[in-house]
Design a protein around this ligand. Structure first.
Ligand SMILES: O=C(O)CCC(=O)C(=O)O
Ligand SMILES: [Fe+2]
Length: 202
């Protein structure tokens, strides 16, 4: 998984400019580390008296990941939904054999000055006629806590506007998310956009 994230990151840097992966991979992403999380969701049972509108429940609330890159392997139950670019629509991410989901996380969102978007996503479970679980395996590839996240000028230059994130230390952002009681449970509204976006501060 680490190797996969490294390859993806190098491909992203190359897509920003020919020499960027040589210039920035080792210095910026060389200390990244990853960890796995196993998610186990209980599927709600279908009951005869249930109305259509409460046929689904949220297994994991809407959030953005705090990583640079997240790789998700979901089983064949489905239910992962990603917010579309317009901020309104939701797309179902249909499980496919031998396919992994790649998410951009908040740290890469900030490091790319928003060129890559940390998308909001959630897991919705449909009531079924059997008791069981949905499993997913998520691998979060992150900067180390001491890393100062600051988009290089050349990356900012590739965006049409100006720099939109001030520099911040990764650990400070993680603490902002974790120490904020609402941020713990309602991740949307307590993301890197709220923590480090320059426009919001003035
Ligand atoms: O279970 C899934 O498909 C997604 C899990 C997820 O978004 C997460 O663990 O952050
Ligand atoms: Fe996630």
């Amino acid at each position: 998984m680490t190797e996969l994230c490294e390859k993806i990151m190098k491909a992203i840097l190359s897509s920003f400019g020919d020499d960027l992966h040589h210039k920035y991979y080792e210095s910026e992403f060389g200390n990244c580390h990853g960890y796995f999380r196993i998610n186990n969701y209980t599927i709600p049972l279908k009951e005869d008296d249930h109305k259509e509108e409460d046929d689904s429940i949220e297994g994991l609330g809407m959030h953005t990941d705090m990583s640079c890159i997240t790789i998700v392997d979901q089983d064949d139950i489905g239910g992962l939904q990603v917010r579309s670019r317009d901020g309104i629509g939701l797309m179902d991410i249909i499980p496919k054999d031998n396919a992994l989901v790649v998410n951009v996380g908040d740290l890469l969102h900030a490091w790319t000055n928003g060129r890559l978007r940390s998308s909001q996503h959630r897991v919705v479970l449909k009531r079924r006629g059997f008791a069981g679980s949905r499993f997913s395996l998520a691998f979060f590839w992150c900067f180390d806590d001491g890393k100062v996240v600051f988009a290089p000028d050349v990356v900012v230059g590739g965006c049409e506007g100006a720099r939109v994130f001030q520099s911040f230390t990764c650990g400070d952002y993680l603490r902002f998310r974790e120490s904020n009681v609402r941020g713990k449970f309602e991740k949307v509204g307590y993301t890197v956009e709220d923590f480090a976006r320059i426009e919001d501060r003035h």
